[in-house]
Design a protein around this ligand. Structure first.
Ligand code: BES
Ligand code: ZN
Length: 635
């Protein structure tokens, strides 16, 4: 029986989210609290776990395992489900279990064949609705019968026309940050880890896959069983259903995709197995058995999502030349930083994304060499600089204060690129070998735990800082994590592959060479993007047009290059690109690619009218998160 072990793991996890009492922690908490104290809304009662984005009461009653029985109803766009929640009373006197929900219809809750009393609280716009369940005196499982709403924030339902194969409908979930509660009533906090099992019933011929053990050659009979034996936070529970096929890429790696995309995806991502091996050689054994990819329809709102054992991936990175596979390195790296060691609250997201971005650079360097790493690091630094110029001081803090705010607001380059640069700084301080050893031990020390920024700081103080007292400066580290902007003398990366581009761009802008004379040779995506990003505001329409005639940029197939070009086209009101722009906005739902375009269009009346037309056409195929993130630009 695995329950005693589970109990041990989960209680330990819960302790891991208590505020620490050591000196650095006190300082960091005080600094974060001071930042925006007046913003505190409904936070006081959630003090225990310090997770301001969950109503749950794990400090009293802790859910440890989910057994999910779910029927996928494509006609009604609903999941009909029973969530059997296994719990432990941490406080023996507790009588109520509180879980998070959002727009769920709860029909009944049972335990030991008896109906239980329950109440659904008033909904909160950001957090959803607390579900209070009166527990029986005896027992350890409650069964919640419920269905989801057709516009659940964490579920997207697609018609056959909105998929690649056009033959079957498609469904996928996206739980991070706090959307698991829109399809499972659960303690939806990253500080709470659970194991799960699931039975998923689908129309026959469709395949269901989950962030769990998947059997690549399971019979396609419409009933699928899953287990996730390792405790994971709720934001990593994921389900997809569609006309999916599997192709192996290596011994432990493979790809699920709709048939028209399967071969191209397997080819594009064929280095995944090598990435997996390189990463585990450096940072410790891969803990999750298999690592597969699932290619989603183009409406997937993110580039990728690190659902354990099965990363969800946008099809927009299948460029044909592996130029965008850093995304795969990134989602894979989360298997260590994020899925094995997890942020305890959304304030600590940088522990997930900063470490993962740092690891991504290291993996890319190991697999594709230093030149590629350098180019990617320069582009990453540009992204960071842009956010540092535009974000408020509070939002430039890695350990961001999110009280009273939507957890999705933490999505910027700060937790990613600033986080990675901080780790690069530490690496350069103690040397690569010592830093790699530190990371290896860190991933091991906190494996299957959820930790806060404060715990990380305490750990750092006891390890690297104690080992290298003359080199590691805790004050500088606190500046990185708790202050806006960057400390002095941050690591600088340069790329030779970019220097000749600067020179040629300059020559072109000054009229010394014609567009057609720019020696693009076999410029990669990175070089094109660098070239285009560096074009100044003073660029004329004639110059744009010359570049377009010479290099056919309006029709470029790489979605990232197209994005940069289209952004420029909007700024310059370069009409020849508007048809492509329209097709781009209506064909892709990845928020990072479309949002800056809508934002730029919204700056002029004409642009706004155009944006409105595209948005209206695209809306039925956009994910709820993409709709939410862009609707203000068109209203
Ligand atoms: N876990 C994130 C996606 C995410 C973050 C979803 C926060 C919801 C809230 C994922 O690993 C990620 O970072 N994706 C990036 C790709 C990456 C290469 C920067 C993306 O989707 O663009
Ligand atoms: Zn990530």
């Amino acid at each position: 029986m695995r329950f005693p072990l589970l109990f041990f793991i989960t209680v330990f996890t819960l302790q891991a989210c208590q505020p620490s009492t050591q000196s650095v922690s006190e300082q960091t908490q005080a600094a974060a609290d001071g930042a925006d104290a007046e913003q505190v809304s409904n936070s006081d009662s959630f003090y225990y776990s310090n997770d301001y984005h969950s109503f749950a009461n794990p400090e009293q009653v802790l859910v440890t395992h989910l057994d999910w029985d779910v029927t996928v109803d494509f006609d009604a766009r609903k999941l009909q489900a029973v969530a059997h929640l296994q719990y432990e009373k941490v406080d023996p006197a507790a009588t109520t279990l509180i879980v998070d929900t959002r727009a769920l219809q709860v029909s009944k809750i049972e335990a030991n064949d008896q109906q239980l009393d329950f109440t659904l609280a008033e909904p909160d716009e950001n957090l959803g609705t607390a579900l209070h369940i009166s527990l029986p005196e005896q027992g350890s499982v409650v069964s919640i019968h419920y269905s989801t709403s057709p516009d659940a924030s964490g579920v997207q339902w697609l018609t056959p026309e909105q998929t690649a194969s056009k033959t079957s409908p498609f469904l996928f979930t996206q739980a991070q940050a706090i959307h698991a509660r829109s399809f499972i009533p659960i303690q939806d906090s990253p500080g709470v880890r659970i194991t799960y099992s699931a039975t998923v019933r689908t129309p026959e011929n469709l395949l269901a896959v989950m962030s769990a053990r998947n059997e690549p050659d399971t019979a396609r009979d419409g009933v699928y069983e899953f287990t996730m034996p390792q405790p994971i936070p709720s934001y990593l529970i994921a389900l997809a259903v569609g006309n999916l096929e599997f192709k192996a890429m290596g011994e432990r790696t493979g790809v699920y995709a709709e048939p028209p995309l399967l071969d191209a995806a397997a080819k594009e991502f064929e280095d995944t197995e090598a990435m997996l091996i390189a990463t585990e050689n450096k940072y410790g054994a891969y803990a999750w058995e298999r690592y597969d990819l699932l290619i989603l329809p183009p409406s997937f709102p993110f580039g990728g999502m690190e659902n354990p054992r099965l990363s969800f991936i946008t099809p927009t990175v299948i460029a044909g030349d592996k130029s965008l596979v850093a995304l795969i390195a990134h989602e894979l790296a989360h298997s260590w930083s994020g899925n094995t060691v997890t942020n305890a609250t959304w304030r600590d997201l940088w522990l997930n994304e900063g470490f993962t971005t740092y690891l991504t650079y290291r993996i890319m360097e190991m697999i594709y060499g230093e030149d590629r790493y350098r180019m990617e690091a320069v582009l990453g630094m540009q992204d960071l600089q842009q956010d540092l110029q535009t974000l408020s001081a509070g939002d430039q803090i890695m350990a961001i204060d999110l009280r009273g705010r939507d957890a999705d607001d933490v999505f910027s380059n700060i937790p990613y690129e600033k986080g990675a640069l901080f780790l690069r700084d530490l690496e350069q301080t103690v040397g690569r070998e010592a830093f790699d050893q530190f990371l290896l031990e860190y991933f091991d020390a906190f494996a299957f735990k959820s930790i806060t920024t404060d715990q990380f700081l305490d750990y750092l103080q006891q390890t690297l800082a104690a080992q290298y007292p003359d080199k590691v400066d805790m004050q500088r580290i606190e500046q990185w994590i708790l202050k806006p902007g960057l400390p002095a003398n941050v690591p600088v990366v340069e790329s030779d592959a970019f220097s000749s581009i600067d020179h040629q761009r300059q020559q072109f802008l000054q009229g010394e060479i014609r567009a057609a004379d720019i020696k693009v040779g076999n410029w990669t995506y990175h070089q094109w993007n660098y070239f285009l990003r560096g074009l100044p505001e003073s660029l004329s329409i004639d110059q744009m047009s010359a570049l377009d005639s010479a290099f056919n940029l309006t029709q470029v197939s790489n979605n990232e290059i197209a994005h940069t070009w289209l952004l420029l086209a909007i700024q310059k009101q370069y009409q020849p690109a508007y048809e492509r722009l329209y097709n781009y906005l209506t064909g892709i739902g990845r928020n990072k690619l479309v949002r800056p375009l809508y934002a730029e269009l919204a700056k002029t009346e004409q642009g706004k009218a155009f944006a409105k037309r595209a948005f209206e056409e695209a809306k039925s195929g956009y994910h709820p998160l993409t709709i939410k993130a862009n609707q203000d630009f068109v209203n």
